[in-house]
Design a protein. Structure first.
Length: 274
């Protein structure tokens, strides 16, 4: 893809308008374990959508005390530490044009799977106000107590996995994930998987343009499809590593490719409901 085609793709996403009667933007929720790369992926999306490709770090991450993701800890520490001491577990949204990205707490940080299921269901239905601290939020499936906020209804979900550490996720945790993705499927919400930190697989950077043909990544996706129950064809990669003040062209392509897939699928679904 050359720069002209890249600009065409970016312009389509930045100028997209949802079908009339479907709200003024598409809401995309990012779901993943603590440290998977949810916040940094939103930053990558915002950077890729910027007309100049300026790197954007609106979403706090890393050592930032407002971060949803304490990336300074190892994978096992992130899974087992009392993470709410280090996280601000607010439900936040970040908008670019008619796309709104929702950053949530790691699904393994909310005490137990039953509570996580109820919280996820309420977020999908648009019944959790923006800014809610999910650690202290008491989910209530009674719609009278938490009415639907139309502009918060979720249209698409991105499940984030650190592609380098998927082998370290226990079978029990993967079963919990399968429960969560089943809830999303039952709501008829479009869903995809994004693998982050694929650079750690040892893929030469010069091969990033044809990364989906690279055998180590194909094997990772096959394993992930088997463990999650997700379709291999719904899996993508995004690079959250940047150099300097502008996101590189190939990283724009990877990010916009995912968003283009999501927006076109969501758009078809919304139009079919009219």
């Amino acid at each position: 893809m050359d720069k002209r085609n890249l600009d065409t793709l970016r312009n389509y996403l930045c100028s997209y308008n949802p079908p009339e009667g479907c709200g003024d933007c598409i809401n995309i929720l990012l779901v993943g374990m603590v440290g998977a790369g949810k916040s940094s992926t939103i930053n990558t999306f915002l950077s890729a959508l910027d007309p100049q490709g300026t790197t954007i770090t609106y979403v706090p991450m890393g050592m930032n005390l407002r971060s949803l993701t304490p990336e300074n800890f190892t994978f096992h520490e992130r899974c087992h530490r009392n993470v709410h001491l280090f996280e601000d577990l607010q439900l936040r949204s970040y908008r670019a044009g008619r796309l709104k990205f929702w950053d949530s707490a790691g699904w393994n940080a909310l005490k137990n799977i039953d509570r996580t299921k109820r919280v996820l269901q309420m977020i999908l239905e648009g019944r959790v106000p923006k800014g809610t601290n999910l650690q202290h939020f008491i989910p209530d499936l009674d719609i009278a107590n938490y009415p639907v906020i139309p502009e918060n209804v979720i249209h698409g979900v991105i499940f984030i996995f650190n592609i380098d550490t998927t082998d370290l996720i226990s079978d029990d945790k993967m079963k919990e994930f399968q429960v969560l993705q089943t809830i999303v499927a039952q709501k008829y919400v479009h869903r995809v998987v994004i693998g982050t930190k694929f650079e750690l697989l040892g893929i030469p950077e010069k091969h990033n343009a044809s990364i989906y043909e690279y055998e180590p990544l194909q094997r990772k996706f096959e394993q992930l499809a088997e463990r999650t129950g997700m379709d291999r064809r719904s899996m993508f990669v995004v690079s959250n590593q940047w150099r300097g003040g502008q996101i590189e062209m190939i990283k724009c392509i990877l990010a916009l490719y995912v968003l283009d897939n999501m927006v076109r699928n969501i758009d078809r679904f919304l139009k079919a409901q009219l």
